[in-house]
Every structure is written in structure tokens, then in C-alpha cells.
Design a protein around this ligand. Sequence first.
Ligand SMILES: Cc1cc2nc3c(=O)[nH]c(=O)nc-3n(C[C@H](O)[C@H](O)[C@H](O)COP(=O)(O)O)c2cc1C
Length: 172
Amino acid sequence: MAKILIAYYSRRGENYVNGSIRNLALGNTEIMASKIKALLPDADMFRIDTLRQYSPSYMTCIEEAKQELRNQARPEMKEKLDGIDHYDTIILGYPNWWGTMPMVCYTFLESYDFSGKRIIPFCTNEGSGMGSSERFIKKLCPNATVLNGISIHGAEVQTADNEARKIAELAQ
Ligand SMILES: Cc1cc2nc3c(=O)[nH]c(=O)nc-3n(C[C@H](O)[C@H](O)[C@H](O)COP(=O)(O)O)c2cc1C
């Protein structure tokens, strides 16, 4: 059976949900990653995080993220994986930030050699779908097989069991 890694970035705190700002105790992508893990108990989980935390304020965070995208920043990761050699399949989850992945996901993808690996992206968002994230994953990991991403409406993650099942099935 394929050795699977579920790697995800998710931000707790204020976020934009169905037109208003709400405080999320758990991030949407984090909830989705847990659902997938429940279906793939043998998979390893890795939380991609930034050394420097973003503001818990939504309005400040969107400005911080916009600046990072503009600067093509590569925020430092808080923790690193020992390596990804023993994984065949990487499920990569992230929120849509300004039409793409948070820049720390770029840092993550540039930190390891994904040649010959299968990457299954999923993205929680408030309407922009995968944005251009899949294109960037392919560009950063030219020798990986990047499957079509699965988009989940952030406000509906709690009931996104079909999407979780689909991702788990693709990974096996
Ligand atoms: C900095 C920032 C930028 C965002 N940009 C977009 C966007 O361009 N399109 C979109 O549909 N949602 C956008 N969102 C909403 C998030 O993608 C959505 O709420 C997601 O489910 C949050 O996941 P998380 O709780 O795991 O961080 C943005 C949220 C933040 C904080």
C-alpha cells in the first residue's frame, strides 16, 4: 500500500465565512485534513506552519499575505520534515489566499524533492476554487504527478465527507 503523507497549511482565527468575518477555533483546511486522516489512519500528518505567525485579524492578515505574494516571499517554516523519501503520495491541503496557495506552501514544495511522487492538492476557499495553485505546484515540482485538485467551500468543511472520501480513495 502507498505510504501517504497529509501535509497542510491552515490558519486559525478570524476568517471570511459566507460574507462575514468569524473567529474559527480550528481552521477549515485543518478540519478537512482531519477528516482525510480519519479515512487513512496509516497516513502521516504534517502541519505546515510559518515561524512568524500571521495576525489573527482577518483584515491585517490579508494585507500581510498580499505583501508576501507581491514579494514572492518564502516564509520560513516553523518545523521541517526529516524528508519525504519514504512517501509515494502527498496529499497537500491549503486555503486559497489571493488566488493561490499561502507562500509557505511554496517554501514547503521547494524544500524537498518531489520527483516521482504523486501530489493530490485540495484547497478550501470562499469561492475562488483552486485558483492558480495547481499550476504553481506543477511548476515547483516538475517531476511529480500532480492530480487535479479538489476544491472545498470553506464554510462547508464540516459536511464535506464526500470530498474527503474522494481524496482518500485517490491516495490509495
Ligand atoms: C489572507 C487570505 C486570503 C484569502 N484569499 C481568498 C481568495 O482569494 N479567494 C477565496 O475564495 N478565499 C480566500 N480566502 C478565504 C479562505 O481561502 C477560506 O476561508 C479558507 O477556507 C480558510 O482556510 P483555513 O481556515 O484552513 O485557513 C482568503 C483568506 C485569507 C485569510
